[in-house]
Design a protein around this ligand. Structure first.
Ligand code: HEM
Ligand code: HEM
Length: 166
């Protein structure tokens, strides 16, 4: 007999974006600026800003692609509150993933025009660091939710994750 349970799956491009960003983000964390004085090195400053720029553009392309072509794998009957929670965390991650490189680029710009210390650049650095703290929290919630779905075996995990398939 035909299996009538819905099996949602993300496209290869969607999975490539999702897992590509996990790698890109980890790379961004590893190569992070340790101290603002490092930005006195012009080639490091240029590289940081260029990396942040590419990151934002790719994030925008991903967002548009996902919105236009993909749907969440949450089953139809999922409680409304849970649907809203998932949406909030997903949008929150996009917003925060954009805020990190954008505030970083602003730091770069301020540094470049000579505002290398003072209240303005310090505020932007604080904003940059708050965004980073926030993304850790959101990713933590996101991974916990993914594991919760893996335990529930409702197809959400396997629609995106290539290992430990249901
Ligand atoms: C840097 C870390 C991560 C970020 C920023 C992230 C972000 C996202 C976003 C924004 C979505 C919504 C679909 C989209 O627009 O692409 C999504 C979906 C998903 N992610 Fe992640 N993710 C991360 C890591 C992980 C990890 C480590 C897992 C599993 C262990 C995971 C499992 C899933 C699953 C199962 C979905 C599908 C949810 C659904 O269909 O509603 N993610 N992720
Ligand atoms: C995708 C891009 C970026 C990522 C993922 C990223 C990541 C990080 C991380 C993880 C930290 C440490 C925060 C903490 O310890 O609380 C940090 C701090 C910092 N980042 Fe970024 N960053 C990015 C872009 C930039 C850019 C473009 C600049 C400037 C050109 C920049 C300048 C700084 C500065 C000045 C700090 C503070 C260092 C200190 O503690 O003195 N970042 N960044």
């Amino acid at each position: 007999m035909e299996d009538l349970t819905e099996k949602r799956n993300y496209s290869y491009i969607a999975k490539f974006f999702h897992w590509g960003f996990v790698i890109l983000f980890i790379y961004g964390l590893i190569k992070q600026v340790q101290d603002i004085e490092q930005l006195e090195n012009p080639s490091l400053l240029r590289f940081e800003v260029l990396f942040a720029f590419v990151f934002v553009i790719l994030l925008l392309v991903r967002f548009i692609y996902m919105k236009r072509t993909q749907k969440t794998s949450l089953p139809e009957h999922t409680p409304k509150l849970q649907k809203i929670a998932a949406k909030t965390v997903h949008y929150g991650m996009y917003f925060t993933l954009a805020a990190i490189p954008l505030s970083g680029m602003l730091i770069g710009l301020l540094f470049w025009i000579g505002l290398q210390d003072g209240l303005i650049i310090e505020s932007v650095v604080t904003l940059h660091e708050i965004s980073i703290d926030l993304i850790y929290i959101l990713i933590g919630i996101h991974i916990s939710a993914a594991l919760f779905h893996r335990i529930k075996r409702d197809g959400v995990w396997s629609s995106m994750v290539p290992f430990l398939k249901e």
